[in-house]
Design a binder for this molecule. Structure first.
Ligand SMILES: [Zn+2]
Length: 391
C-alpha cells in the first residue's frame, strides 16, 4: 500500500502502512490519554517509522502542545529512570544519568557553553549547572512558559524561543526527547549544526522503538527511531557518531556525535533494514493490541483492578480501560496520596487484598519489576503483559 505523504527523513513517498493502531486510543507525551489513534507508516526507502502528518494530526498535536504540562503529577519534577531496568527499588533523575554517561564518553572541560534544545522546565540544565558551575548555559523552548524558572538556574545566560534568535556558538548542544517531535528533523539538525563549535558535541536522547512498543501510541511523536535511523539522520546532517547506546537509560537511544566536514551520501540504505523496520512495527502493534485485550480480560476478573505506573504506558492503558481501572500503583513518594485521572495513587503497602494490578510496561522491565514486587505483596495478583490468563 502507498500513501501521498513525504518521508520525514528522506522525503521519498512510498510507505508500507500499518493501520492496526488507528483503532486504539493514544496518549500524549506528557502522559494524558488521547481520544484518537494513528496509522503507522514505514518508509520503503529509508525505513523510518513515522506517523502520517495530515491536517487532523496537526490539529490534534497543536491542541496537545497548547496545554502541555510535563511531569504534572510530580509537580514538575522529572521522570525518574530505573537502574537495572526495573530491578532496583531506587530511581535516579534521568538528567543526572545522562550527564554521567556523557562525561564517560567525552572529555568536557571545566569551562564551556551549552545549549539545551527542548529544555522544558530545566531538568537537564539544573544537572549541568550542578556538575559544571563554570559553564555558560542556554535553554531553548518554543513556549515561554518556564522562561523565568530557566533564567534563575545558576549559569543560565540565555533563553531562546526560536533558532533565529541564537547569535552564539556552543560547545555542547543537547536534544533530550526532542527529535521525535520535529517534523523536519533533517533541516532542523542541519541548522543546529551551524550553532555548534566545529569540535563541539551533539547529545541526543529519544525513545528506542526496538525496546519500547508504547512509543507508537504517543500521539505527538511524529518519528519513531531505531539506532540505525537515528545514526543515519545525524550522519546525513554532517556529524560523526562517537557513540550510540541503548544502555544509558532503559528504553532510550542515546547518541553522542561531533561535526564532520564530510556528511554521508543519502543513498546508503539497505532494503533488508527496511524490512526489519516493518517487522518491528508489526510485532509492536500486535503486542499492544494483545495487551489491551489481555488487560480487558484481567479487569473483568476483579472489582479491584489497578495499573502499575502513571507514565506514558499506564496513562494510555487507563484511557482505554476507563472505569474498569480503580486505582494506580506508584513507588514514587511524590505521587502518592494524589488523584490521577480521577483515581487514587496507592503505594504497594496500601493495595486492597485480592486486587489485580497490571504492569503495563515493556516486557523486560515489567518482568524485573514483577520479580521485585510480587514477593512484597503476596495478597495482590500482579499481571505481566500478555501473560496467559491462568499463568
Ligand atoms: Zn524515508
Amino acid at each position: 500500500m502507498t500513501s501521498t505523504n513525504q518521508c520525514l527523513l528522506c522525503h521519498h513517498e512510498v510507505f508500507t502502512e500499518f493501520p492496526e493502531l488507528s483503532e486504539l486510543k493514544s496518549v500524549t507525551s506528557d502522559c494524558r490519554p488521547w481520544s484518537h489513534g494513528n496509522t503507522i507508516l514505514v518508509c520503503s526507502h529509508c525505513g523510518l517509522v513515522q506517523k502520517p502528518i495530515d491536517g487532523q494530526w496537526q490539529q490534534e498535536v497543536a491542541a496537545i502542545y497548547s496545554q502541555y504540562a510535563p511531569y504534572s503529577l510530580s509537580a514538575g519534577r522529572e521522570q525518574p529512570v530505573f537502574p537495572g531496568g526495573g530491578s532496583a527499588n531506587y530511581s535516579q533523575a534521568r538528567s543526572v544519568v545522562i550527564l554521567k554517561h556523557l562525561r564517560e564518553s567525552v572529555t568536557l572541560p571545566p569551562q564551556g557553553t551549552l545549549l539545551d534544545v527542548g529544555c522544558g522546565n530545566g531538568a537537564f540544565l539544573k544537572a549541568v549547572s550542578h556538575s559544571f558551575p563554570q559553564w555558560q548555559l542556554s535553554g531553548f523552548e518554543q513556549n515561554r512558559l518556564h522562561e523565568e524558572e530557566i533564567m534563575q538556574i545558576n549559569g543560565v545566560a540565555n533563553f531562546y524561543a526560536s533558532l533565529t534568535e541564537i547569535n552564539q556558538i556552543f560547545d555542547v548542544i543537547a536534544l533530550i526527547h526532542v527529535l521525535e517531535h520535529i517534523l523536519q528533523p533533517l533541516s532542523f539538525l542541519t541548522n543546529l549544526r551551524e550553532k555548534l563549535n566545529p569540535s563541539g558535541i551533539l547529545l541526543i536522547q529519544l525513545p528506542n522503538l526496538a525496546e519500547n512498543p508504547f512509543d507508537l501510541v504517543v500521539k505527538d511523536h511524529s518519528s519513531h527511531f531505531t539506532k540505525r535511523t537515528l545514526k543515519w539522520l545525524v550522519e546525513a546532517t554532517g556529524f560523526n557518531t562517537i557513540t550510540v547506546a541503548t544502555d544509558w537509560v532503559t528504553k532510550e537511544i542515546s547518541l553522542v556525535a561531533t561535526p564532520t566536514a564530510m556528511p554521508i551520501q543519502s543513498t546508503a540504505f539497505e532494503s533488508l533494514e527496511v524490512r526489519e523496520a516493518s517487522q518491528l512495527v508489526k510485532k509492536n502493534s500486535e503486542w499492544l493490541q494483545n495487551l489491551v485485550e489481555h488487560a480487558h480480560e484481567m479487569a473483568t476478573t476483579t472489582d479491584q483492578f489497578g495499573i502499575f505506573g502513571t507514565a506514558i504506558a499506564g496513562s494510555w492503558l487507563a484511557g482505554i480501560l476507563e472505569e474498569k481501572v480503580k486505582f494506580f500503583v506508584e513507588e514514587d513518594g511524590q505521587k502518592l496520596g494524589k488523584l490521577y485521572l480521577g483515581k487514587p495513587v496507592l503505594a504497594l503497602a496500601e493495595l486492597p487484598k485480592e486486587s489485580v494490578v497490571y504492569i503495563a510496561l515493556p516486557t523486560k522491565i515489567a518482568q524485573a519489576i514483577y520479580r521485585r514486587i510480587q514477593p512484597l505483596c503476596p495478597q495482590v495478583k500482579f499481571v505481566l503483559p500478555n501473560q496467559s490468563v491462568n499463568g
